[in-house]
Design a protein around this ligand. Sequence first.
Ligand code: AMP
Length: 138
Amino acid sequence: MAYDADNIFAKILRGDAPAFKVYEDDHSLAFMDVMPQADGHTLVIPKYPAENLHDVDPDALGATIRTVQTVAAAVKQAFEAPGIMIAQLNGPAAGQTVFHLHFHILPRFDGVEFRMHARDMEDFDKLEAFAERIRAAL
Ligand code: AMP
């Protein structure tokens, strides 16, 4: 499948769609997942137009992973999470629903189950408050 420049994350990168941003540099962007599986669920994407892990430039991937590490530490601190899960899905069979490469940063707590993947829209005021908490921990 060819990269679709009209996917929602490409629109966010162009400023054509809104996002609750927590971090941005020349190579990557981090923002809140609007249908989170846990409070603090954050996404990191490269600015490079890659559909998935298989077609990303390795240098762009390296810069993106660096951002994942930075933002994951901030999410862990902001939500006092004992565990952080990183997830990254490639292809519909793996559950990928947005076809611009992204890494999920998910706080985990003993005994707390995830909510359903990409199902329930979160309250926007809550997402902005969560984004501010993460920005303050960066
Ligand atoms: P995946 O299934 O790995 O492709 O994950 C895509 C993720 O993007 C899901 O967790 C969705 O909840 C999330 N998502 C979809 N649209 C948006 C959006 N406009 N802003 C932020 N997150 C989104």
